[in-house]
Design a protein around this ligand. Structure first.
Ligand code: R5P
Length: 287
């Protein structure tokens, strides 16, 4: 087995290779003056099971992944597994308005062309795995995030909305904490209002857990409301930290005492490596 470290997922790829006892294949990557992407795999993969690790954000990273799959295929890999810790384009998981496409399906159909298997971490919605015509796995980083939060005295784990309650419930169970959800109304792509929630957080340490922090609007609004209600400490945790438009500053300014995410996207607060839960998929296949 060889693990190819795509440019957006170096850290995760190296940790995964370490766990699986596989060699890492580096990638030379350039962007031409016209914006086109060039990739070259720096190691042979003939007759090997190749595991390519590459999140698909930003869009050039998706192009890079498609090229790496092509390279592994052309060089005679015996099997190709595609690990996409953060699956960008998966939030458009259905047609909301006439004329739209389901981008999660469109990208899945591209990724499966040269792949035998797909693995992602905390997909926004589980049903997107059904868009793949090959074996597809969604693993959860919530146990790893919960482990990271151990020892911080978390009393309450909150989902920012009802849809995210399962993750909060699972983390709360790991931490022996209570759980609940906030009530959110989204006004626009960047504006969110939280309806007051009848929840007693006074004097408590609260962890807010979401799958994605994008602009930080959702969590910032929740954190400010929780602090207003007297929460002692607010920790914001997510699997995928995009942190667009100075989101980290926004979150801290809104009252988040700590922000943590996984390395599905490599950021300054990616304190949790998601390789162990990805490795489980491959370990299970071996046993
Ligand atoms: C939405 O369904 C997701 O779970 C997140 O709540 C959302 O992507 C967060 O976006 P933002 O950080 O821009 O509020």
């Amino acid at each position: 087995m060889k693990v190819v470290a795509g440019s957006s997922s170096h850290r995760c790829a190296k940790e995964l290779a370490g766990i699986l006892g596989a060699d890492v294949v580096g990638v030379e990557r350039k962007v031409f003056p016209d914006g086109e992407v060039y990739v070259r795999m720096l190691g042979g993969v003939r007759d090997e099971h190749v595991v390519i690790v590459q999140s698909t954000h930003p869009t050039n990273a998706l192009v890079e992944l498609l090229f790496l799959e092509e390279a592994a295929h052309d060089q005679g890999a015996s099997e190709i597994s595609v690990v996409v810790p953060y699956f960008a384009y998966s939030r458009q998981d259905r047609v909301f308005q006439e004329g739209e496409i389901v981008s999660a399906k469109a990208v899945a159909q591209l990724l499966e062309l040269k792949a035998d298997r797909f693995v992602t971490v905390d997909p926004h919605k589980e049903h997107i795995l059904g868009f793949f015509g090959v074996e597809a796995h969604g693993v959860s980083a919530v146990p790893l995030l919960a482990k990271h939060l151990e020892g911080r005295g978390v009393d309450t784990v909150l989902a920012p909305d009802k849809g995210a309650l399962d993750r909060a419930q699972f983390a709360a169970k790991c931490l022996g904490a209570e759980f609940d959800h906030m009530e959110k109304t989204r006004l626009s792509g960047t504006e969110v209002v939280m309806k007051p929630k009848a929840l007693d957080v006074k004097g408590k340490t609260v962890a807010i857990l979401d799958d994605i922090i994008s602009t930080g609007g959702t969590i910032a609004t929740a954190a400010a409301e929780l602090k207003r209600q007297g929460a002692r400490k607010v920790v914001a945790a997510c699997t995928h930290g995009l942190f667009l438009n100075n989101a980290l500053e926004r979150l801290r300014g809104a009252g988040c005492d700590e922000v943590v995410c996984t390395d599905s996207l490599e950021t300054s607060v990616s304190s949790v490596g998601c390789a162990p839960v990805i490795a489980d998929v491959f370990e299970e296949r071996r046993s």
